[in-house]
Design a protein around this ligand. Structure first.
Ligand code: NDP
Length: 286
């Protein structure tokens, strides 16, 4: 079996090209979409994601601003920052880089961010829309990136067994909901799953969002499976890798996404799409 390594770049490029045209049309109406990214401290993961998001937005013509708060910022100051952005008519979208420091209660913040500007599904209003199958809300960008990849590479989901490894609110649960919306039969696994290999092997489409370097080898997949690797980890040599041991599954899987260069490279284009959608909605443009 020849295994296709399915990259995120063509998927991201296709979305980017479409968005560039949409921004040009908005600019003709003197509207420039704007995203505000709120970061606390200097975590390398946050900085790297922020850099990717700013670069993608600038390519598309979306304005961005970065708000960087001290690592020991108080909850009060964080709330004040978000409330100010909620009211600012020049800001269409807010991205809070998470997880927040322990002294800031995410359960408070998520209810404060304006759901109309919440482009990465932090506010429970958007979470509930996702679970209701209401596409008017903003789904989290990474699970939506997974769906864009499956769509781009013509993966048929109807009636298929999809198995999601991981049940976080950021990736596992939302992607499971989206897969179900596309009529697949979904199994969600987690750290208490009795026999992960047995469950994973049922998958026509396996989505791994565990966060453990190269844990998924060929023993976890059935012949011809499509494997989407959401994990971003460091291997024992300190190199970036996914949850999937690509060399091991090569020759057995039908398709596998690489890390880096897979899901992560599509996430920022989904974010940009959400920013433009929020901007259009706020300006009452269809
Ligand atoms: P979390 O740590 O929040 O969740 C991990 C999930 O995996 C949990 O549900 C956990 O189970 C489960 N799990 C952990 N170990 C095992 C195991 N040995 N067997 C079965 N299940 C296990 O991580 P996230 O969901 O936030 O992220 C997952 C991965 O995706 C990470 O590598 C992260 O870096 C990456 N990521 C990538 C993004 C991208 O753009 N590509 C964006 C966001 C995340 P339990 O619930 O029982 O603890």
């Amino acid at each position: 079996m020849n295994t296709d390594i399915i990259k995120g770049k063509p998927v991201a490029d296709k979305i980017t090209d479409k968005l560039i045209k949409e921004v040009e049309e908005l600019k003709e109406k003197n509207i420039i979409p704007k995203l505000s990214i709120v970061r606390v401290g200097e975590k390398p993961d946050d900085i790297s994601y922020e850099r990717g998001a700013v670069s993608r937005c600038s390519k598309i013509g979306i304005d961005t601003e970065r708000i960087v708060l001290d690592e020991d910022v108080s909850e009060e100051k964080y709330i004040e920052t978000i409330e100010k952005l909620n009211k600012d008519k020049n800001i269409n979208a807010i991205l809070c880089l998470r997880p927040l420091p322990e002294n800031i209660d995410e359960n408070i913040i998520k209810n404060i961010i304006d759901p109309e500007k919440d482009v990465d599904c932090f506010n429970p209003m958007n979470t509930s829309k996702l679970f209701e199958g209401d596409k008017e809300g903003y789904a989290p960008c990474t699970p939506e990136a997974v769906m864009k990849i499956l769509e781009y590479y013509d993966v048929d989901l109807v009636g298929k067994n999809t198995v999601v490894l991981g049940r976080s609110l950021i990736v596992g649960r939302p992607v499971a909901m989206m897969l179900m919306e596309e009529h697949s039969t979904v199994t969600i696994c987690h750290s208490k799953t009795d026999d992960l290999v047995k469950e994973a092997k049922k998958a026509d489409v396996l989505i791994s969002a565990i966060g453990k370097a190269k844990i998924i080898d060929k023993s976890y997949i059935k012949e011809d499976a499509i494997v989407i690797d959401v994990g971003i980890n460091l291997d024992k040599d300190g190199n970036l890798c996914g949850d999937v041991d690509t060399n091991s599954v090569r020759g057995k899987a039908k398709m596998v996404t690489p890390v880096p260069g897979g899901v992560g490279s599509v996430t920022t284009s989904v974010l940009a799409e959400h920013v433009i959608r929020a901007c259009k909605k706020q300006n009452r443009i269809d």
